[in-house]
Ligand binder design. Structure first.
Ligand code: ADE
Ligand code: ZN
Length: 326
């Protein structure tokens, strides 16, 4: 129909995608077989049936289990290649991929295996389709700041292959302040800075991500509207929010998509973007997120175009590349 056609046609950037969250059940089983890794599920169907989440933690438990099949550079390449191919079909022209090295290094997988596999797929997508891409290394916030420092040190030999750092995993009880020193170090290194905040956590976590970590974008951030002064500040300072509607639905941040605050966020003057977060787990890639949200909320064609434009404005692109996309 008309909406699907408009959404399909718009060039878009995806700024909130965990590459490990793009691992489809079929690929999990194929890699488990290739690598002789035992899974707690006996088929693709029983694994998919377990994707019934009640909150962020219930998802994270199964997401980390899924990632356990990734062992070789080729595994990381195949996962990333499959995502980029799918994104390309949705007319996504630029992606900034989150990856969680600690999920892998803790299992004995070396940092170079992780980064080189993901990065080679990004380079091939650029060569073959002209798609641009960049990597953002995420620290797992349920682990210690010392562990984050170790991870940063292990990644420094590959500094030219990632543009920034982020903060993800269990939000409640792990406020941004816990990572103040490692983010200060990353800032000195000239890395871009982002953090998940205000997904399940309170607006205070969004404020401290800005004040303490000095992040340039907020991942999710949907709870900002509980604090009018914070919302005004995000609008004034043009701090983008990378919103993930189907994720918010599946993790019960909202009970129904019709209750999602995306339109209020836009009306508050915020630089909102639409993203898929963990598309293999939440039932949709980029265009599915647009279409489901537009079917649930009174959004117009102008909103769709604004959201697509915002995705390039919010991206960490150099000026000529951004100009080329707009
Ligand atoms: N890791 C993968 N997806 C995540 C999310 N939505 N929130 C926090 N950590 C994550
Ligand atoms: Zn996320």
């Amino acid at each position: 129909d008309a909406l699907r056609h408009i959404v399909q046609r718009m060039p878009k950037a995806e700024l909130h995608i965990h590459i490990e969250g793009s691992l489809e059940p079929e690929l999990i089983f194929a890699l488990a077989k290739r690598n002789n890794v035992a899974l707690a599920f006996d088929s693709v169907e029983t694994l998919r049936a377990a994707y019934a989440f009640t909150d962020l933690q219930s998802f994270l438990d199964i997401y980390y289990a899924g990632a356990s099949v990734l062992l070789t550079e080729q595994d990381f390449y195949d996962m990333t290649r499959a995502y980029l191919l799918r994104a390309q079909q949705d007319n996504v022209r630029h992606t900034e991929l989150f990856f969680d090295p600690q999920t892998h290094t803790a299992r004995g997988v070396a940092m170079d295996v992780v980064i080189n596999g993901i990065w080679r797929a990004v380079q091939d997508a650029h060569t073959e389709w002209g798609m641009t891409g960049a990597l953002i290394l995420c620290f797992l916030r349920h682990l210690s700041e010392d562990d984050a420092f170790d991870t940063l040190e292990q990644a420094m030999p590959y500094r030219d292959k990632f543009i920034g750092v982020g903060l993800d995993s269990s939000e409640l009880g792990h406020p941004p302040e816990k990572f103040a020193r490692v983010f200060a170090k990353c800032r000195q290194l000239g890395l871009h800075l982002v953090a998940h905040a205000g997904e399940e956590g309170p607006p205070a976590y969004i404020a401290s991500a800005l004040d303490v970590l000095h992040v340039e974008r907020i991942d999710h951030g949907v709870r900002c509207l509980e604090d009018a002064a914070l919302t005004a500040r995000l609008a004034r300072d043009k701090i983008p929010l990378t919103v993930c509607p189907l994720s918010n639905l599946k993790l019960r941040v909202v009970a129904q998509l019709s209750e999602h605050n995306l339109l209020q966020l836009l009306d508050a003057g915020l630089v909102v973007t639409v993203n898929s977060d963990d598309p293999a787990y939440f039932g949709g890639y980029m265009n599915d997120n647009f279409i489901a949200t537009f079917e649930a909320l009174p959004l117009t064609r102008q909103h769709a175009q604004q959201l697509a434009r915002n995705s390039f404005d919010a991206a960490f692109l150099d000026v000529p590349t951004r100009q080329r996309y707009l």
